[in-house]
Write a protein that binds this ligand. Structure first.
Ligand code: APR
Length: 316
């Protein structure tokens, strides 16, 4: 069977770490691309990752490049190009810079890999997904944003720590936009199937919800020079694996909603089934009135950014 081809656009912290994870999992051959100004950087990183193969025992080919023709006919393309935030910045502060970058990247990707499934990582995530959808002209099941898997993993980490249990036994669910208004759904968080409300105190759960929503900022503040990349790249890795192995995993992802959850024409994080066709199903949860209001509020903040892009005619 021919190996799958995965291209990662942006060979920075998220992109290069992701390329390494994809190769280590032998999910396919990996191309990692950056802009010409970076000269040999992507090629150097690609070669370095390739040379880990004999030690880790993988045969995935890894190539760094500045030329889109090397990415041609990819099965999956992950967009990590853009600037990360610095301390004091919100993801929204990246809007204009990253919209221009994601637009330019998507034009190239749509031309060279017209059948690819696109996974967007650049922030502000939900608005960047919108740019990728509009500019690529791809059907909505082939444009997916990575946010919920990461936010859920952060939440699971905090729950496992508070309950002193293995992270493997923790299930979490974070919906909404990838920002301060994200909606961790406590009701769907369990430890080995037991609702966490039966295990943790209310104060503990409140603290976990808050820390989850501020999870990215906590790391930006510590790093000072950029934003998180180990857990983000791990999250994308799980999504790529679900798609290329056609696992039909149920994962929270940013998807273009068209009436589901009462939200229209916006990317918002909800649980979906991921398989070889990309988004194969949007799972509709029965939310409480409070949860629904919180999700709507989160969608409203995504809408604000999307409207700015429309007004500036970055997208139609
Ligand atoms: N085409 C390709 N690559 C680009 C382009 C472009 N038009 N513009 C910038 N890049 C590259 C940069 O040269 C850099 O190598 O994107 C890379 C970004 O890497 P980092 O600065 O290390 O940022 P990173 O931490 O990887 O975050 C990238 O993902 O999580 C989000 O908010 C984060 O938007 C940010 C993105």
């Amino acid at each position: 069977m021919a190996r799958k081809k995965i291209s990662v656009i942006g060979a920075g912290n998220v992109g290069a770490t992701l390329a390494q994870r994809l190769a280590e999992k032998e999910l396919g051959n990996v191309v990692v691309l950056d802009i010409p100004i970076t000269e040999g950087m992507p090629a150097g990183k690609g070669l370095d990752i390739l040379q880990s193969g004999p030690i880790y025992g993988y045969d995935s080919q890894v190539k760094g490049t500045i030329d889109y023709s090397d990415t041609a006919n990819s099965d999956v393309v992950v967009i990590t190009a853009g600037i990360p935030r610095k301390p004091g910045m919100s993801r929204d502060d990246l809007l204009n810079t990253n919209a221009a970058i994601v637009k330019a990247v998507t034009e190239q990707v749509a031309r060279t890999s017209p059948n690819a499934i696109l996974i967007v990582v650049s922030n502000p995530l939900d608005a960047m997904c919108y740019v990728a959808l509009k500019v690529s002209g791809f059907p909505k099941h082939r444009v997916i944003g990575m946010a919920g898997v990461l936010d859920s993993a952060r939440m699971a980490t905090f729950i496992a720590e508070a309950a002193q249990v293995s992270v493997e036994d923790v299930q979490t669910m974070v919906l909404g936009g990838h920002g301060d208004t994200m909606v961790p759904i406590i009701r769907y968080c369990t430890i080995a199937g037991v609702p966490i409300a039966e295990i943790l105190k209310k104060e503990q759960m409140d603290a976990i919800v808050k820390r989850t929503a501020e999870g990215g900022a906590e790391i930006v503040k510590l790093l000072k020079t950029g934003s998180a990349f180990y857990a983000p790249s791990a999250s994308v890795g799980a999504m790529v694996e679900a798609i290329l192995k056609d696992k039909k995993r149920i994962l929270p992802c940013a998807v273009f909603l068209q009436g589901e959850y009462g939200i229209k024409d916006l990317f918002v994080g909800v649980p979906v089934k991921l398989g070889e066709r990309g988004i194969e199903q949007i799972i509709q949860l029965n939310l409480t009135v409070e949860e629904r209001i919180a999700l709507q509020k989160s969608a409203d903040s995504v809408k604000e950014l999307t409207e700015i892009l429309r007004r500036q005619q970055v997208v139609s």
